[in-house]
Write a protein that binds this ligand. Structure first.
Ligand code: GDP
Ligand code: IMO
Ligand code: MG
Length: 423
C-alpha cells in the first residue's frame, strides 16, 4: 500500500482539517509529519466546531489510529490542554494516538526566544505565531534539542537544564525578561508527567508495517507550500518542510511509498503574518472575502490578508509537490462576486511579463495580470452534487483545471463536513 499525502498549496489555512476529517473514514491511519502548535485545523460537524493544533484531524472518527510523527515539534503543555478539551468526546487517546519518540519537544524558553527574535526584527518581523516553532527546529538542526524519547530518560531534568542555560544566555543578550519562566516551567513539567502516560513509540515502524499489511495511511500536512522553509517566501516562512518530501522525512516513509498527493487550495488566497502576497487586496473586495470567509486565524485570531487566486503560485506548489488531485475550498465565499479575477502572471517594473512565481527580492513590485471570469453570484446553500453547481462555478473549475493541468476532484462549499462535493 502507498501513503497518500494531503497538503496546503498556499499560505496555510486552506481547510486541511476539514478535508482530513472528511477523508479519514477511508483510512486506517492519519499522521501529522511536520509543524506543531502553529497549526490550527478546523473541523465542523453536528453543529460543533473544533480547532486542533497538534492532534491529527482523524481523531473524531471511529477506529482511526492517529500518529504524531518524528518531523513534528510538540508542545506538551498545548497537547495536554488539547486532550483535556476533548474529554467529553470519550476519545481513547492512549489507544488512538501514538507519538514518535523522535519528535522534538518545544520548551518554555523556545517560546520566549521566538518572542525575543521577533521583537529584535522590528518591522521585518515574520509574524510568527510565537509558539516556539523556529527556535525548536533551530535546536533540532543544531543537534541540541530534546526529543520525546528523552522525557523517559532518568537524566531528562539535567538535559533540560543544560539546554535552558544556553537559551538563557541568548535571552540575556536580547535583554528579554525571564520573569514568566518559573510559571511556564511548572506547567511544562506537569505536562511532561501527563505526556509519559501516552503511547510513545517508534512511529516509523508502525507506519511502514501498516502500509506493508495493506492498511491505508493519510499524511496530514500543516501550513502550506508557500510557507515551506526552502521553497516558500523566505524568510517569511515557517521552519519545516511542508512538502510531500517532508512527509517522507517526517514519518520515515520512503518516496517510493507515496501514493496520491492531494493539493488543497482556497478559491482565492489568504495569508496571515508578514511577507510578499502579490494578489493581496486592500479594497472592499478583500474586506468582503475576509467577512464572508471569516478569515481570522484559528491559532492567533489575527485577521488574514485576502486576495485573488494566484495561478503561478499554485502551479509552483503543484510542481514541487507532485500533486495528483486538487481540492478547491471555500467556493461559497465568492458567492457574492459578480466578477472573479485570477492572476495568470506578473508585470515587472522593467515592463516585461512573467508567468513564473517570484516571491523573493523585488517581487513586491510585480503587478499581477488578471484573467476575469463571470461570478456565479448566487447562494450554494442548496447544492448537494456537482450537477447542482451554477454554470459560472463549473466554468471557474474547468478554467482552473485547464490552467493547472491537474483534476479538481472535490469542491468545498461550506465549513461543515457535509458541505463537500465530489466531482
Ligand atoms: P487549515 O489550517 O488548513 O485546517 O484551515 P483552518 O481551519 O485554519 O481555516 C479554514 C477555515 O475555513 C476554517 O474556519 C474552516 O471551518 C473554514 N472552511 C473550510 N472549508 C470551508 C468552505 O468550503 N467554506 C467555508 N465558508 N468555510 C470553510
Ligand atoms: P495551518 O496548519 C497559516 C505563518 C505565521 C507566520 C509564519 C511563521 O493552520 O495552515 P511560525 O509560527 O511557524 O514561526 O510562523 O507562518 N503560519 C501559518 N499561517 N496557517 C498556519 O498553519 C500557519 N503556521 C504558521 O503566521 O507568518
Ligand atoms: Mg489553520
Amino acid at each position: 500500500m502507498k501513503m497518500d499525502v494531503l497538503l496546503g498549496l498556499q499560505w496555510g489555512d486552506e481547510g486541511k482539517g476539514k478535508v482530513v476529517d472528511y477523508l479519514a473514514p477511508d483510512y486506517e491511519i492519519v499522521a501529522r509529519f511536520q509543524g506543531g502548535p502553529n497549526a490550527g485545523h478546523t473541523l465542523e460537524f453536528d453543529g460543533i466546531k473544533h480547532v486542533l493544533h497538534q492532534i491529527p484531524s482523524g481523531i473524531f472518527r471511529q477506529n482511526i489510529h492517529n500518529i504524531i510523527g518524528n518531523g513534528v515539534v510538540l508542545d506538551p503543555v498545548v497537547l495536554r490542554k488539547e486532550i483535556e478539551a476533548l474529554k467529553k468526546f470519550n476519545i481513547d487517546f492512549k489507544k488512538n494516538l501514538a507519538i514518535s519518540k523522535k519528535a522534538t519537544i518545544i520548551l518554555p524558553t523556545h517560546k520566549l526566544l521566538d518572542a525575543a527574535y521577533e521583537k529584535s526584527k522590528g518591522d521585518k518581523k515574520i509574524g510568527s505565531t510565537l509558539k516556539g516553532i523556529g527556535p525548536t527546529y533551530q535546536d533540532k538542526i543544531g543537534r541540541m534539542a530534546l526529543r520525546v524519547g528523552d522525557m523517559l530518560s532518568p537524566d531528562f531534568k539535567e538535559k533540560y537544564t543544560e539546554l535552558v542555560q544556553r537559551h538563557q544566555s541568548i535571552l540575556d543578550y536580547y535583554q528579554f525578561s525571564l520573569k514568566n519562566l518559573p510559571a511556564l516551567e511548572a506547567d511544562f513539567f506537569e505536562a511532561v508527567e501527563f505526556f509519559k502516560s501516552l503511547q510513545l513509540v517508534e512511529t516509523e515502524f508502525e507506519v511502514n508495517a501498516a502500509l506493508k499489511s495493506g492498511k491505508r495511511v493519510l499524511a496530514e500536512g500543516a501550513q502550506g507550500a508557500l510557507l515551506d522553509i526552502d521553497f516558500g517566501s523566505y524568510p517569511f516562512v515557517t521552519s519545516s518542510s511542508t512538502m510531500t518530501a517532508g512527509a517522507c522525512t517526517g514519518l520515515g516513509v520512503p518516496p517510493t511509498s507515496i501514493g496520491e498527493v492531494f493539493g488543497i487550495f482556497k478559491a482565492y488566497c489568504t495569508r496571515v503574518g508578514s511577507g510578499p502576497f502579490p494578489t493581496e487586496l486592500f479594497d472592499a473586495d478583500g474586506e468582503k472575502m475576509r467577512r464572508e470567509g471569516n478569515e481570522f486565524g484559528s491559532t492567533t485570531g489575527r485577521a488574514r490578508r485576502c486576495g485573488w487566486l494566484d495561478l503561478p503560485a499554485l502551479k509552483y506548489s503543484i510542481m514541487i509537490n507532485g500533486v495528483t488531485q486538487l481540492f478547491m475550498m471555500k467556493a461559497d465565499v465568492l458567492n457574492g462576486f459578480e466578477e472573479i479575477k485570477v492572476c495568470t502572471g506578473y508585470e515587472l517594473p522593467d515592463g516585461t511579463h512573467t508567468d513564473r512565481l517570484i516571491l523573493t527580492g523585488s517581487d513586491q513590485d510585480a503587478k499581477p495580470v488578471y484573467h476575469r471570469l463571470k461570478g456565479w453570484n448566487c447562494s450554494l446553500q442548496e447544492v448537494t452534487t456537482y450537477a447542482d453547481f451554477p454554470e459560472a462555478l463549473r466554468n471557474y473549475v474547468d478554467y482552473l483545471e485547464g490552467e493547472l493541468e491537474v483534476p479538481i476532484t472535490m469542491v468545498s462549499v461550506g465549513p461543515d463536513r457535509k458541505k463537500t462535493i465530489l466531482k
